[in-house]
Design a protein around this ligand. Structure first.
Ligand SMILES: *[C@@H]1O[C@H](CO)[C@@H](O)[C@H](O)[C@H]1NC(C)=O
Ligand SMILES: *[C@@H]1O[C@H](CO)[C@@H](O)[C@H](O)[C@H]1NC(C)=O
Ligand SMILES: *[C@@H]1O[C@H](CO)[C@@H](O)[C@H](O)[C@H]1NC(C)=O
Ligand SMILES: *[C@@H]1O[C@H](CO)[C@@H](O)[C@H](O)[C@H]1NC(C)=O
Ligand SMILES: *[C@@H]1O[C@H](CO)[C@@H](O)[C@H](O)[C@H]1NC(C)=O
Ligand SMILES: *[C@@H]1O[C@H](CO)[C@@H](O)[C@H](O)[C@H]1NC(C)=O
Length: 480
């Protein structure tokens, strides 16, 4: 290398070294500014812009006018990552929505519960104690009931509780709830199982709503684990809209899943025709032109059953369901847990009618937030055909106006975006506790005999803003 070349290289190197950091800094600042702007947009949208109308077992939830939205430029790596992943990788700011609330939690508009419940009159101490001592001979999907106390907005759990994963997820949620909302001193019971425990004053992931004493609900572990902040949800919906535009949908209704069933635990030659998902798989064979519905995974099936289902499908990630005109949803062990993810999509959900009710399901009314089909599938082909035709029409219109299916999907997405971000999820749990307390007809015994304080470090099951995590941990006596 000549001397001049060396000097040139040296200066070039120097210039690059000097310029790159400020460039990064500048870009970063620009991105942060954009970030802030969008977080403001996300926060300007709240439940006061939704209207609630009681219809049968449901509430029809619709935006009063307009819908939330940002015109966000997605990162370059956009094509290679899921929208969920992209949304999560944005650092949610600790906006005012995450500040502790002074006032007790209230119901939604039109007195709609924030979390579904049904219970006649008060909860007596006797029924509380007998539920706490309950065991489950012969119940397929019932598990343990765990006893809790709240005293001075701190959480105590029975020493005898097994402390398994689902319990820890609920306790993490409760610690956030206690930090954010003024929960009175109280006692309550959480049920960690998929089955319905009507008749007992306990709080479960789902209830069988046909019973007047169905009980109370809390957000499920999956809902909490997959929760996002308001701004992340805004990015999520923007990403879905860009990646899965109406004009590119496949003219089919999609479903993939395993054989799990509300009634059956094992599937054999003698009982498999009672399994609803297996029946659906077989039914769909006759309508391959509109229904792409297949079992992908056998769960405790004997060889005979596997032979009958020799046309299984391949697994499709839930987010990719948005490539299709509509998404079918059907019960699993009991309620459809995946519905808590599907509600964030921009694709209409064709959902089987069911009495199993997750905490939020009453807010997605047939013909407003979802489209419902009968349990015997009698109206499924017709409803699927309508949705596919509607979606194909959207395609011809270039996806601008949007027919009935898209309108319903939009209602669903706006409701979930507004009410089911991580603060909304915590608020729903707080609501259940408040209702439970209101109905409890005894004074809480302040003794802590047999209880221990819950002091997990926030948050290991879901991603919350760092400052919130630190504040929650500190509040519950942990050094973050
Ligand atoms: C909701 O937003 C409106 C403005 O759009 C604001 O006036 C109101 O205080 C907000 N409500 C809550 C509960 O944040
Ligand atoms: C699948 O099973 C059916 C009987 O249930 C049979 O008629 C068919 O030939 C099988 N197909 C394959 C590819 O094995
Ligand atoms: C819900 O429960 C009611 C009352 O038991 C029953 O008549 C109805 O068929 C159930 N619905 C479904 C979809 O299972
Ligand atoms: C609990 O009871 C109080 C007083 O009756 C009432 O104002 C409040 O709305 C109730 N809370 C819930 C969540 O129902
Ligand atoms: C429920 O209990 C409260 C006291 O905790 C009492 O004021 C109220 O009248 C009771 N309601 C019913 C329906 O028994
Ligand atoms: C919190 O939990 C730790 C164990 O993880 C325990 O050693 C500590 O005493 C607990 N703190 C309080 C305030 O209960």
């Amino acid at each position: 290398m000549t001397f001049r070349r060396r000097v040139f290289c040296f200066y070039a190197f120097l210039i690059i070294c000097i310029c790159i950091p400020p460039c990064f800094f500048f870009l970063n600042t620009l991105l942060k500014l954009a970030h802030q702007q969008h977080s403001l947009d996300a926060l300007a949208w709240n439940e006061s812009r939704l209207q609630f109308k009681s219809v049968g077992n449901y509430f029809a939830v619709t935006p009063k006018n307009g819908t939330p939205g940002v015109n966000y430029r997605l990162p370059f790596s956009f094509k290679y990552r899921s929208c969920e992943n992209i949304a999560r990788s944005f650092e949610e700011p600790l906006s005012a929505r995450y500040h502790p609330r002074p006032a007790a939690v209230s119901p939604l508009g039109e007195n709609a519960p924030r979390a579904y419940w049904r219970w006649p009159g008060n909860i007596s101490k006797e029924s509380f104690e007998s539920a706490a001592a309950r065991e489950w001979p012969g119940c397929l999907h019932c598990m343990n009931i765990v006893r809790y106390k709240v005293l001075g907005r701190k959480l105590y759990v029975a020493e005898s509780a097994p402390g398994r994963r689902h319990q820890n997820v609920a306790e993490e949620m409760l610690q956030v709830v206690l930090y954010l909302f003024p929960i009175p001193d109280m006692e309550f019971l959480l049920h960690f199982g998929d089955g319905c425990v009507n008749g007992l004053p306990v709080i479960s992931w789902n209830v069988c709503r046909q019973f007047a004493d169905a009980g109370f609900t809390m957000p499920s572990y999956t809902v909490w684990e997959r929760s996002m902040g308001p701004m992340q949800l805004m990015l999520y919906s923007t990403c879905l809209e860009k990646r899965y535009p109406a004009r590119k949908r496949k003219p089919l209704v999609i479903w993939r899943g395993s054989t799990t069933d509300t009634q059956l635990d094992k599937f054999t030659k003698d009982n498999y025709l009672q399994a609803i998902r297996i029946r659906l798989h077989q039914f769909a064979r006759k309508y391959r032109n509109i229904l792409d519905i297949r079992i992908v995974q056998f769960f405790k099936c004997d060889d005979f059953v596997k032979e009958q289902l020799n046309d299984t499908g391949s697994w499709i990630a839930f987010e990719r369901f948005n490539k299709f005109c509509a998404i079918l949803d059907i019960d699993g062990n009991s309620w459809s847990d995946r519905f808590g993810q599907l509600v964030h999509f921009n694709t209409p959900i064709l959902k089987m009618e069911s009495n199993y009710t997750g905490y939020f399901e009453h807010l997605f009314a047939p013909d407003t937030g979802i489209i419902q089909f009968a349990k015997d599938f009698s109206d499924l082909p017709e409803k699927a055909r309508q949705l596919v035709a509607d979606c194909q029409q959207d395609r011809r219109r270039g996806g601008t106006a949007g027919g009935r299916g898209r309108r319903i999907a939009k209602n669903m997405q706006v409701a979930s975006q507004t009410l089911m971000d991580q603060v909304g999820i915590a608020e729903a749990f707080a609501y259940t506790l408040q209702v439970y307390k209101n109905l409890s007809s005894w004074e809480v015994d302040p003794s802590l005999k047999g209880f221990k304080e819950v002091n997990l470090t926030c948050c290991s099951f879901t991603q919350v803003p760092k400052l919130l995590a630190a504040a929650v941990s500190e509040y519950h006596g942990r050094t973050p």
